[in-house]
Write a protein that binds this ligand. Structure first.
Ligand code: G6P
Length: 607
């Protein structure tokens, strides 16, 4: 996730900016840069790769004089992690520099408009439109230019801006991305989070969405989107640095679970324009799609389970057969794949060895390949004919959460996109588009609806084993729910298709055996209900996950987890969230190393 910092005062800015950027490294990044005001001009230093390279290039900042500046760590979204795409970005006249954390959803339209007006672009980023807009609107007043420029932006942004006309000031703007002002003595700061500030000051101002800050060494002015001054409270930070890196959460995993409404929004919102699902990055036409006889999805771990979930929606909306294959199996299966196969490859890291090998194997047999990947510029992204990024931001906890949900979100979008190309559904079908747009809010509700999860974890954490059951889409979610549980809590957890219980697993059900029953698919709810009754009559304790007003399930289950009412076609994406939280709290009860579970790696780059 990108990070931004800014400093103005009477000390040399560059070393302070570099130190701040190092504190933001944990957020994940692939390039970095600073811009410092030097004798009335802006000096920009950027590198691809690590901050250590930037330190080397600038002799730890000593080689860059000047006492006002901004800095950035970039997690690539729009454009590869190159030096050109690294921030800060400069305006064509060299008077403005901008750093940005977030995504500008309408950047393509703005870019075309700015190019038509004669502006030239040096990068592929969405960010660069911002600095040209500021140049376009600047008439001697920065506040006015910032208000006008940001009025044109759709999306999320925390911005840092400097301008040669006001060489001792730094400006910051916040809209749906984190940004904090640090208030020092004769010096002031901004940063994406407090970690970058605490070494200098513990006095901070939390900006709200839509607020702007104008900082000089001796003044802090906050104003709203109309330019009216806003009085803000200065708060005192009591956190230690390590806690601050986790945004106050005890573990990265919990932080990443809580980030899911924002991450899924970042995946979905830019792909819905004027009420219709659009995929600017994909080039498959209706004719291309009509040639496809089957879709094969391949991946490992949770990404494979995301594929299992996506299969239902793809088949239902597109009427194309979908097979989901473990990459480690597919690669050695002599797969029946040809040029009439579309291979969808799913990978958070884009570097999983088995996934890459399976992809190469299928490509060699003529498959057309489409990758759903989080890490920009990764091997899977580079190998694929087409790539759709999940834009989840970096994931630090080994067990994926927001990586998985954003993959599922992309599969939903893709299903609607393909179905619209094939003429089965309109890309602007109001019910479908609304259901997709509501998903981030529904995830938040699923978090809010389940305050009792820590207590449930206390009840179930010492169990010998946990069985997850469900049918159809619920089964796909059960697989991921059981994986989360075993990965981080080391509790033996298995998922079963509920209809298969009778063919074996029911022999394991005994008095007080916990069974987690997923009942979020109205089409086969009655059937799952029968399975619940079967296991209960053999002594099982049933923890059911269902819609909040589902009276039938409420009356038979021992304990309950809820999801809000939502379109059942897309409910699996929301359904997993209470199960992630349950796994988290069970692991916590068991005293496990949640972010780094034993024997597991975040990215498995060997076979
Ligand atoms: C590892 C991780 C899992 C992940 C899997 C696939 O096993 O621990 O969380 O689902 O690899 O990783 P990928 O980066 O390809 O999605």
């Amino acid at each position: 996730m990108c990070g931004i910092v800014g400093f103005t005062g009477s000390r040399q800015a560059a070393p302070i900016l570099l130190e701040g950027l190092k504190k933001l490294e944990y957020r994940g990044y692939d390039s970095a840069g600073i811009a410092v005001m030097e004798d009335g001009a802006i000096c920009v230093q950027k590198v691809s790769g690590r901050i250590a390279n930037l330190c080397e290039k600038t002799r730890d900042g000593e080689a860059v004089p000047g006492m006002t500046g901004i800095g950035h760590t970039r997690w690539a979204t729009h454009g590869a992690p190159t030096e050109e795409n690294a921030h800060p970005h400069l305006s064509n006249d060299g008077r403005f520099a901008v750093v940005h954390n977030g995504i500008i959803e309408n950047y393509l339209t703005l870019r075309e408009e700015l190019i038509a007006d004669g502006y030239h672009f040096d990068s592929e980023t969405d960010t660069e439109v911002i600095v040209h807009l500021i140049e376009m609107y600047y008439r001697g007043n920065m506040c006015e230019a910032l208000i006008k420029a940001t009025n044109r932006l759709r999306g999320s942004y925390a911005l840092g801006v400097i301008c040669t006309e006001e060489p001792e000031k730094i400006y910051a703007v916040r809209e749906a991305s984190p940004l904090i002002i640090g208030v020092g003595i004769d010096e002031n700061f901004f940063a994406s989070d407090v970690t970058a500030l605490v070494n200098h000051t513990r006095n901070v101002i939390y900006l709200e969405d839509g607020e702007f800050a104008e900082l000089a060494g001796d003044s802090v002015r906050i104003f709203d989107c109309l330019g009216k001054t806003v009085e803000k409270k200065v708060s005192r930070i009591m956190w230690d640095v390590q806690a601050a890196e986790k945004g106050g959460y005890e573990h990265f995993m919990l932080k990443e679970i809580m980030e899911q409404p924002g991450a899924v929004r970042a995946a979905i919102a830019p792909r819905i324009r004027d009420g219709a699902v659009v995929f600017d990055e994909l080039h498959m036409t209706k004719e291309d799609l009509q040639k496809i006889r089957k879709i094969v999805i391949t991946a490992c771990g949770s990404a494979y389970y995301a594929g299992c979930s996506g299969k239902y929606v793809l088949e239902r909306l597109c009427r194309i057969p979908v097979e989901v294959e473990l990459a480690s199996e597919l690669r050695y299966n002599d797969p029946l794949i040809d040029d009439q196969t579309l291979l969808i490859v799913i990978s958070q890291s884009g570097e999983t060895a088995d996934t890459i090998a399976a992809m190469r194997e299928c490509k060699a047999r003529g498959a057309r390949t489409l990758a759903i990947v989080n890490v920009v510029g990764s091997t899977v992204a580079n190998l694929a004919d087409e790539t759709a990024y999940t834009w989840a931001g970096p994931e630090i906890a080994v067990a994926t959460t927001k990586g998985y949900t954003t993959q599922v979100a992309l599969l939903y979008l893709l299903s609607v996109h393909f179905a619209s190309l094939l003429g089965y559904i309109r890309a602007d079908d109001p019910k479908t588009v609304k259901a997709l747009q509501e998903l981030p809010r529904r995830i938040q509700q699923a978090i809010d609806l389940n305050p009792s999860i820590p207590d449930l974890a206390k009840k179930y954490h010492a169990s010998k084993a946990l069985f997850f059951i469900g049918r159809n889409t619920d089964y796909a979610v059960a697989l991921e729910g059981a994986l989360k549980m075993k990965e981080i809590s080391y509790l033996h957890s298995e998922a079963y298709a509920a209809g298969e219980l009778k063919h074996g697993t029911i022999a394991l059900i005994e008095e007080h055996q916990p069974v987690i029953a997923l009942c979020c698919n109205p089409a086969i709810m009655e059937k799952t209900l029968s399975n619940i009754v079967e296991v209960k009559s053999r002594g099982a304790e049933v923890l059911a996950l269902t819609f909040r007003n589902n009276q039938k399930i409420l009356s038979v289950a021992d304990d309950l987890l809820f999801i809000p009412d939502l379109d059942p076609l897309f409910s699996p994406l929301v359904e997993i969230v209470p199960l992630q939280l349950l796994a988290y709290y069970v692991a916590k009860e068991n005293g496990c190393d949640i972010d780094k579970p034993k024997n597991l790696a975040k990215s498995v780059t060997v076979e």
